[in-house]
Design a protein around this ligand. Structure first.
Ligand code: NAG
Ligand code: NAG
Ligand code: NAG
Length: 483
């Protein structure tokens, strides 16, 4: 027989190469993930959120911390997870390997086991280079990365879990994409960061917000923020930019190129559009932007500087509304969710993951259908102070100009504020008193687009839900009689 094994080996090699090629083709396709933040007065149970992710076939989720409840709920889900380290922890992690070892042990190693959580990335800091932080975090970033990398290596996880640093888009600047460069004072840190990312096979993670460009700049051409063509295209040498996303992305590509890393993979850590709290923040605009973005990225067209190579992954901001976030950036800050705080889809959206529409959260445990409103038999003049107090704690952002409840009148305003506070207090009866000016009602006071919410209960931290307890009792009884 004339060497059949060698022929077979050659054939196998050809097959292997073909398989690898096919694999690498499918790997370049972007994946759509979501940010799961939890700065909310009304938190859904983590297991409800994980079911929501699964029902919507979302395979990638980014957290802002390493909350044990969220991570426990993600166990065995197969969902790929990015956990986060808050900026405040960068200093201790940069100065002590004991601290970084402990962080990795407590927040990564313990979960990355069979049937555990598929943690793929650790976000080291969150937008630590933001100009408004005046540089207070930036010197800790690289030392923290180096310590954490050693800790991951000691835990035998360095090849699997990648460290990244989500950067804000104001880390780089330019009027034309091809001229992009990092801010001059960041040059040294960025050089070290990019070298680190490159040597560890990590992507560059950036947050891009065309909404903020539009919100913060009245000259910004509205249609340039979206993906449906523009009368304000930007010409940059041979390249024409018809949307802010491509322009921003290529500014980063050019900045990386200047450092000699023009090929570095890029992940979009946050991108999205809010639905309330500003006149450019509404359902139509959010739907148009997010659907346009998803279609654009999934078309694999890429950008002029990276044709055919869209970002590796994009994480939408955000999964859920977070009603307890600071409104310093603007009232819209509490309304970024593609779902409302209680997991209900706000508008039709095809994530390109298999479902044509978003699916709502199931088995949400609401408080009873009760609201607190201003007692109609009282004079309005006494109410202003109570309203102010209620809104200083609870969320009233939708009442302001551009908000969905802006047109409900003075009395409506007060009722909205009272109810928001009452739900935040888990419908505690006394919290609807307001010196006798409040009143509990069983009729939903919502008007048009303006929704008077009913809170949800998050019973995770207090152990088992009542029905689960009954199941356990039942199982014990059955077991007792069987033995
Ligand atoms: C692990 O992460 C949690 C949540 O982000 C944090 O509170 C905790 O301090 C971390 N553990 C260590 C050892 O730093
Ligand atoms: C919604 O936002 C878009 C885009 O910013 C704006 O053009 C439009 O006027 C807004 N719609 C409403 C009803 O306010
Ligand atoms: C309701 O409250 C909002 C926010 O404080 C205010 O802009 C609006 O003018 C109020 N409406 C009435 C009728 O007082």
């Amino acid at each position: 027989m004339p060497h059949p094994p060698r022929i077979r080996a050659a054939q196998i090699r050809v097959i292997l190469v073909v398989v690898l090629l096919l694999l690498s083709v499918s790997v370049t396709e972007s994946a759509i993930g979501v940010n799961w933040g939890s700065v909310s007065f009304h938190r859904l149970k983590p297991s409800t959120v994980v079911d929501l992710l699964k029902d919507n076939k979302i395979q990638k989720v980014k957290l802002f911390d390493a909350d044990p409840d969220a991570l426990k709920a993600l166990m065995g889900s197969g969902i790929q997870v990015m956990v986060g380290i808050p900026n405040e922890m960068l200093a201790p992690l940069s100065s002590s390997t004991a601290a970084s070892d402990l962080w990795v042990r407590q927040n990564v190693s313990r979960y990355v086991v069979k049937g555990g959580v598929d943690i793929r990335y650790v976000a080291v800091g969150n937008e630590p280079f933001l100009t408004s932080y005046s540089g207070q975090f930036q010197s800790y970033v690289v030392p923290a990365l180096l310590n954490l990398q050693q800790s991951l290596a000691r835990a035998n996880l360095a090849g699997y879990v990648k460290l990244v640093v989500p950067c804000n888009a104001d880390a780089y600047e330019s009027s034309l994409p091809s001229q992009g460069a990092f801010r001059p004072e960041l040059t040294q840190i960025m050089t070290q960061l990019v070298q680190f990312l490159n040597s560890n096979g990590s992507p560059f993670v950036v947050n891009i917000y065309p909404f903020l460009s539009l919100y913060g700049n009245s000259d910004f051409p509205q249609d340039y923020a979206f993906f449906e063509g523009t009368s304000h295209a930007i010409t940059d040498g041979p390249n024409v930019y018809s949307n802010a996303f491509d322009g921003n992305f290529d500014t980063l590509v050019a900045a990386l190129n200047k450092m000699g890393y023009g090929q570095m993979p890029i992940v979009i850590g946050e991108i999205g559009w809010p639905t309330d709290g500003a006149s450019s923040a509404n359902l139509t605009a959010a739907r148009t932007f997010n659907q346009g973005l998803i279609n654009h990225v999934l078309s694999n067209k890429g950008t002029p500087l990276r044709p055919g190579a869209p970002p590796m992954d994009i994480y939408l901001f955000s999964l859920l509304d977070e009603g307890a976030k600071s409104v310093l950036p603007g009232n819209f800050e509490r309304h970024w969710g593609i779902f409302s705080f209680d997991g209900q889809a706000k508008y039709p959206l095809n994530l390109g993951l298999g479902n044509k529409l978003l699916k709502n959260a199931r088995n949400v445990q609401y408080l009873p259908s009760r609201w607190c409103v201003a007692n109609p038999s009282h004079d309005l003049s006494d109410l202003a102070n109570h309203m102010k107090l209620a809104c200083s704690v609870a969320d009233c952002t939708t009442l302001n100009y551009g908000g969905s409840c802006n047109g409900i009148g003075a009395k409506g305003n007060v009722s909205y504020a009272f109810n928001s506070y009452y739900q935040l207090q888990m419908q505690n009866e006394r919290s609807c008193d307001f010196d006798g000016l409040g009143m509990i009602t069983f009729l939903d006071p919502s008007v048009g687009e303006c929704r008077f919410l009913v809170g949800v209960t998050d019973t995770t931290s207090s152990g088992f839900a009542p029905y689960e307890r009954w199941i356990i009792v039942y199982v014990l009884i059955v077991w007792f009689f069987m033995v």
